[in-house]
Design a protein around this ligand. Structure first.
Ligand SMILES: O=P(O)(O)O[C@H]1O[C@H](CO)[C@@H](O)[C@H]1O
Ligand code: HPA
Length: 331
């Protein structure tokens, strides 16, 4: 059988999933590291510390980069870059615009670990626990505040190409259908309960602070609800109208599983969606989107996100110890 041609316009290397191809895709091997298991995550953390040293690995802030948003990593000073291949049990990334490195450094003197290369469930057989593993690693490295970013389609009709949206809430469609990163055994050592509350999953105080900073910077900042689909197919116009009807402002294929685990790890989360395209509500309007356009838009429009994230990190309050957050959240 002739393998399908590579679809470069969509950033896809089809040979990875071609049967009988020498690069045949192998599912992640849980015997190496179970991505939910606290003791296994400790081993992953040790493999990182062995390379960068304990002082450098310990971090207060985690940063996850969306498609094409590698330039946010330029904010980090005194960087040490650790490729995923060198981290015990880390899978690889296959989506264009996602580098595949954990980067350790500082922003305004604050210790940051940056996940430059996210794991999307559609890349990893909808293994949500695996895709959220870096959050558990960050937890054990000391991260108390998580900043997540993504490229997203604008559903809200007042959004423009290139707008930045502060995420105020999320609709986790795979989670509603049983694909949650919390499925499986619950380990109390992460801090939060099995039945983790998702109210205020994007921290209210940090949203207020972010909006205040944007105001002072005279920057247009939208605020809204992010919806995650499983992907990797983009949405039909009917699906876009469905998301609009249920209150979504931006849509994508990531982030929500990371936020669920962060919430269970008692992290405070701030999220940004860069509107790289306007989702199509009209079936008679053949307005297609492709991943290269998404990356291109992120490259061209991502600068405002970089400035805002830099200012936000500068003004973030000191990290709150886990026990205090647990008390605050009534656990
Ligand atoms: O959410 P990030 O990682 O920015 O990626 C977005 O870009 C891809 C589609 O172009 C999807 O993976 C979508 O989720
Ligand atoms: O329109 C979109 N749909 C889904 N994911 C996306 N990521 C960027 N744009 C989009």
């Amino acid at each position: 059988m002739t393998p399908p041609a590579n679809d470069e316009a969509n950033g896809v290397d089809n040979t990875i999933s071609t049967l009988n191809d020498s690069k045949e895709y192998k599912h992640y091997d849980y015997s190496m590291v179970d991505p939910r298991n606290y003791d296994d995550i400790t081993k992953v953390v040790q493999s990182i510390i062995a390379q960068v040293g304990e002082d450098k690995a310990k971090s207060d802030i985690g940063l996850i980069l969306g498609s094409g948003m590698g330039n946010i990593a330029d904010l980090l000073e005194d960087k040490i870059v650790v490729p995923y291949e060198k981290i015990l049990g880390f899978p690889s990334t296959s989506v264009q615009g996602h580098a595949g490195n954990l980067i350790f450094g500082t922003i305004h003197g604050k210790r940051v670990v940056c996940q430059a290369g996210r794991f999307h469930p559609y890349e990893h057989k909808m293994d949500l626990a695996l895709c959220a593993m870096p959050i558990r690693v960050m937890d054990q490295l000391g991260v108390r505040t998580l900043i997540v970013t993504n490229a997203a389609g604008g559903v809200n009709k007042s959004f423009h190409y290139g707008d930045l949206m502060l995420i105020k809430d999320q609709i986790f469609l795979p989670g509603l259908a049983g694909f949650s990163p919390l499925v499986g055994e619950h380990d109390k050592r992460y801090g939060g309960p099995r039945f983790v509350s998702m109210h205020e999953c994007f921290d209210k105080d940090l949203r207020v602070l972010t909006k205040d900073i944007a105001n002072r910077m005279s920057m247009r900042l939208m605020e809204g609800v992010y919806v995650m689909s499983g992907g990797p197919q983009y949405e039909t116009p009917a699906e876009v109208r469905l998301y609009h009807a249920v209150g979504a402002d931006a849509l994508g294929m990531s982030t929500c599983h990371e936020v669920v685990v962060a919430k269970q790890c008692l992290m405070k989360v701030v999220g940004f969606s860069l509107i790289t395209n306007i989702a199509n509500h009209d079936v008679d309007n053949a307005n297609n989107v492709n991943h290269l356009e998404v990356i291109d838009a992120a490259n061209k429009q991502g600068g405002k996100g970089v400035d805002l994230i830099s200012a936000l990190v500068k003004e973030l309050p000191p990290p709150m110890p886990k026990q205090e957050t647990a008390k605050l959240w009534g656990y």
